[in-house]
Design a protein around this ligand. Structure first.
Ligand SMILES: [Zn+2]
Ligand SMILES: [Zn+2]
Length: 79
């Protein structure tokens, strides 16, 4: 999962983007994910900090009561 985000970030980077925006599922996201909505982060920083998948995601998949399932994504940020 983490690798998936890393690949995405590198794709945006090689497409010439310097930063990305975090896109959540809005009201369907858990509170900790909602806090990240619209957050703009430098790709170099995102690769180092790895904000996605959210470590404190509390979203539960109906019957799956284990660890949260973060559904946030990166989108290219046009500055
Ligand atoms: Zn979440
Ligand atoms: Zn999330």
């Amino acid at each position: 999962m983490e690798l998936f985000f890393e690949i995405k970030l590198k794709q945006y980077q090689s497409s010439g983007f310097e930063s990305v925006e975090i896109i959540t599922c809005g009201e369907q996201s858990c509170p900790s994910c909602q806090k990240l909505e619209g957050k703009v982060i430098n790709i170099t920083d995102a690769l180092a900090i790895k904000p996605l998948p959210c470590k404190d995601c509390t979203f539960d998949l109906e019957s799956v009561n284990e660890i949260g399932w973060c559904r946030c994504a990166y989108g290219p940020h046009i500055s």
